[in-house]
Ligand binder design. Structure first.
Ligand code: OFO
Length: 168
């Protein structure tokens, strides 16, 4: 397969695994704050990001490329309350959207239509990822991040279960 596309997808595998690592770190932090529902939501997010990395991994193999796993950089371990956590999630997802858009640009430049087509799934997924983070931020701002409201959201986020949408 096209070497430039292969290399950029390999970088994206690393970025997705870093995202997974970041969200697992956030899960740990939220659990340590006694917010077990938030921690559960973030743990599901860790599974989602791992599935994103694997979607790219499997795609490279399918196209005769080779996934190359590089070290995953250290992630932060502390945040300043759940609102700050989700603001960081949104910022990070906006960064990932930029990386996906850059990948689309490269696939188009290199006339790799199959990759361009596969990437559409990620373009759509990023719209959802940003919207999910924004929705939780809006709710947290509404309740000012405290009291009974926080307890209710925590209970709601406990219900989230992982569904592997990469296979749909
Ligand atoms: Fe959060 O979408 Fe992948 O990185």
């Amino acid at each position: 397969m096209n070497k430039k596309v292969e290399q950029t997808i390999n970088e994206q595998i690393n970025a997705e695994l870093w995202s997974a690592y970041l969200y697992l770190s956030m899960s740990s932090h939220l659990a340590s704050e006694g917010l077990n529902g938030f921690a559960n939501w973030m743990r599901v997010q860790w599974q989602e990001e791992t599935s994103h990395a694997m979607k790219f991994f499997d795609y490279l193999i399918e196209r005769g490329g080779k996934p190359e796993l590089k070290p995953i950089k250290e992630v932060p371990t502390k945040w300043n309350g759940p609102l700050n956590v989700f603001e960081e999630v949104l910022k990070h997802e906006q960064h990932i959207t930029g990386l996906i858009n850059n990948l689309v640009d490269i696939a188009i430049e290199e006339k790799d239509h199959a990759t361009r087509n596969m990437l559409q799934w990620f373009v759509d997924e990023q719209v959802e990822e940003e919207a999910n983070a924004q929705e939780i931020i809006d709710t947290l701002r509404l309740i000012k991040g405290e009291g009974n409201g926080l307890f209710m959201i925590d209970r709601e986020l406990k219900q989230r279960v992982f569904v592997d949408s990469t296979k749909a």
